[in-house]
Design a binder for this molecule. Sequence first.
Ligand code: DC
Length: 231
Amino acid sequence: MSNITIAIDGYSSCGKSTIAKALAARLNYAYIDSGAMYRCVTLFCMRKGLIKKKKFIAEEIIACLPEIHLSFQFNPFTKTSETYMNGENVEKEIRSMEIAENVSKISTIKEVREHMVAIQREFGVNKGVVMDGRDIGSHVFPDAELKLFMTADIETRVNRRLDELNSKGEHVEFDEVKQNLQQRDYDDTRRKESPLTRAKDAIVLDNTDLSKEEQLEYVIKLINDSLLTRD
Ligand code: DC
């Protein structure tokens, strides 16, 4: 069975990374979290003091790009791929609310997107990759063999995000998370450069009422069916 490219897009906190990780583990594929890459750019620039009160000068952010080296390494203990920036494991730090509040705006910068997309295409050059994000099926890998567009109702998404933050010891109110998710969805769908959009050939997966196992089995069936018709 030849390796394929799986592109997963959708709104914030829809469970994209959960299904992407499960698929990568099942198929023995690489998992690339493209959102983590935009989060790293945001973290790097925040540490340099280039983002203050959600304000920044785009040229200063662009000038930093060559200094940011990103990689993903599989952690055998957590059994998941983790994000490294310039050799440092930043997996936990990039998930904070502070990063979440700035990342969508940073990801609107055209040059930042071009830089990230070039790296993402390199990661996927040999196929056998599951990548999640906002523009993967529509822009990064328009020829991906399987494209999913994930969605879930807003209350479910807020609760999932709250659970994730709480499990990391960050205590945030429901309304703050809800507002952040809605703002990010707004920014992501309305930006000029490759906005979040459903690729015409993407399959919509609303996982509001689906368990992780149900989603995984559904997608594995999609893959098997599509391979049967292709081979
Ligand atoms: O998937 P995430 O929540 O970690 O993504 C963080 C932000 O990065 C998201 O608000 C929009 C941006 N992003 C993007 O513009 N394009 C992608 N392919 C992935 C993420």
